[in-house]
Write a protein that binds this ligand. Structure first.
Ligand code: ZN
Length: 148
């Protein structure tokens, strides 16, 4: 009985993830104004910080740029940017040949942009999509980064 229950639970989780993935597929890789990004923007705005969105003058057009503070917040989707160890980053087994190179390219681009931004003197905080479900801990993380 226990095994059956856990199987059912797994099936539910897979359903949940794949439906989320499907809607994600319809968005662009570097999507602007996605729900996780809006969550971060709302929190940061509430804290009273001002920022610039998707600055075209910086490598990778980072999501939130706090120029005066020399800080950047990047919001990343767990699947598209392969959040390590995160259940949402699971690659569908049926189309690995399609996904693997695509996701690898994203990862390389992320790394390259991160390095460039650091080399230009920016401090960068990455917020993962799965972290945007908890307002309290996300607020603390953002405050710690922006306030320091
Ligand atoms: Zn994640």
């Amino acid at each position: 009985v226990r095994r059956k229950d856990s199987l059912r639970k797994n099936a539910r989780m897979v359903d949940r993830i794949s439906s989320r993935r499907r809607s994600e597929n319809m968005r662009r890789i570097k999507s602007k104004g996605t729900k996780p990004e809006l969550v971060v923007r709302k929190i940061v705005h509430r804290m009273g910080y001002r920022y610039r969105l998707h600055s075209p003058y910086l490598p990778g057009k980072p999501d939130l740029v706090f120029r005066g503070r020399g800080k950047i917040v990047e919001v990343r989707g767990c699947f598209w940017h392969q959040h390590r160890g995160c259940p949402e980053s699971h690659i569908p087994r049926s189309r690995t040949r399609y996904w693997l190179p695509k996701l690898a390219r994203n990862g390389e681009r992320d790394k390259k942009n991160f390095r460039l931004l650091r080399a230009l003197g920016w401090r960068v905080l990455v917020v993962w999509e799965c972290e945007t479900g908890n307002d309290g801990s996300l607020s603390r993380k953002l405050e710690k980064f922006l306030g320091s």
